[in-house]
Design a protein around this ligand. Structure first.
Ligand SMILES: [Zn+2]
Length: 316
């Protein structure tokens, strides 16, 4: 007989929740808009209401997990900072939700949850030592050591986007300079696109963007259409991503590295220079480590959260 958990994915525009089986099947799914500008109590109410609806409509669940884009202390069930949902700041949600739902509730950073998701349901099944990287608007990550999520002293481990690649590089969201995220992310590529437009060297990009603000996707569209400047920016980002991954591989010696996130639509234009960068870092295992693309493409947030909830039940 299957067992079930409730998985939720907290986003800036939507809360998404579902019942998920131990085989990774999603049996109930509901979305609710994130109340704009809401304070902590309204957010808690909206979230608890959604989870209660799922709990009553779906299969009997034994635990729940919320995947949160931000800094989360899984031990205390506290969201420290979630940049896309400003109302969730220093908010201890875990105990209140446990009381409402009558089951154990764990909160986890979304990229760390995605790492466990790949391990249980995705590309890294059977792997004991894994580094997972999410490359989208920002860069996130999760580290699995000996089959378990490595959370660190305060639950903040895995902030792979904030390893410094260039101390003289652009200022990052976190305040430091030259973080991986400030050089390789959707936001970083949008910044590079703005620069190309200001320099007037990419007429193809100008045609695509018109008068609006450029995005990383625009840069890729122009590169695909043959714009060499745009392609060079993406290839450079891929190379730097490879150097970052290589550094982590040299430190952690994982069996596998898995990748997910919106930047993967750039395909080989990003991944080929990434592999070159990674191999160039070969000291120990960086030359041979296996790199795989996510197999949770449809629902990485929900399946990641479900994997964290199942891991909680495994410990009990
Ligand atoms: Zn940073």
């Amino acid at each position: 007989m299957s067992s079930y958990v409730i998985a939720a994915d907290i986003g800036g525009t939507n809360f998404r929740a579902a019942t998920v089986s131990d085989k990774g099947e999603i049996t109930e799914r509901r979305d609710a808009p994130t109340p704009p500008g809401a304070g902590p109590e309204q957010l808690l109410e909206a979230l608890a209401g959604l989870l209660e609806t799922i709990a009553m409509a779906g299969k009997p669940a034994r635990a729940a997990c919320l995947a949160v884009p931000g800094l989360v202390n899984a031990m205390t069930g506290t969201i420290v900072i979630a940049p896309n949902v400003p109302g969730f700041r220093n908010l201890q949600l875990g105990p209140a939700l446990e009381q409402r739902l009558g089951m154990p509730v764990v909160l986890e950073n979304d990229a760390s949850a995605a790492a466990l998701g790949e391990l249980r349901f995705g590309a890294a099944r059977g792997v004991r030592h894994l580094v997972h990287i999410t490359a989208g608007t920002g860069i996130g990550g999760g580290i699995i050591v000996d089959g378990r999520l490595y959370r660190g002293a305060n639950g903040f481990a895995g902030e792979i986007g904030h390893i410094v690649m260039d101390p003289a590089g652009p200022v990052c969201n976190c305040g430091a300079r030259g973080c991986l995220e400030s050089l390789v992310s959707g936001v970083a590529l949008a910044t590079r696109a703005r620069r190309l437009l200001a320099n007037g060297v990419s007429p193809t990009l100008r045609d695509i963007v018109g008068v609006r603000e450029p995005t990383g996707a625009d840069l890729f569209a122009a590169a695909k259409a043959g714009d060499k400047h745009c392609e060079a920016e993406i290839r450079h980002a891929g190379h730097v991503l490879g150097l970052g991954i290589g550094s982590l591989v040299n430190v952690l010696n994982p069996e596998m590295v898995t990748l997910s996130g919106g930047m993967l639509v750039m395909g080989e234009m990003l991944l080929e220079p990434m592999h070159e960068g990674l191999r160039s870092m070969a000291y120990g295992s960086a030359g041979t480590v296996e790199v795989r693309i996510t197999e949770l493409a449809d629902e990485p947030g929900l399946l990641g959260a479900a994997a964290v909830a199942f891991a909680l039940l495994d410990i009990e």
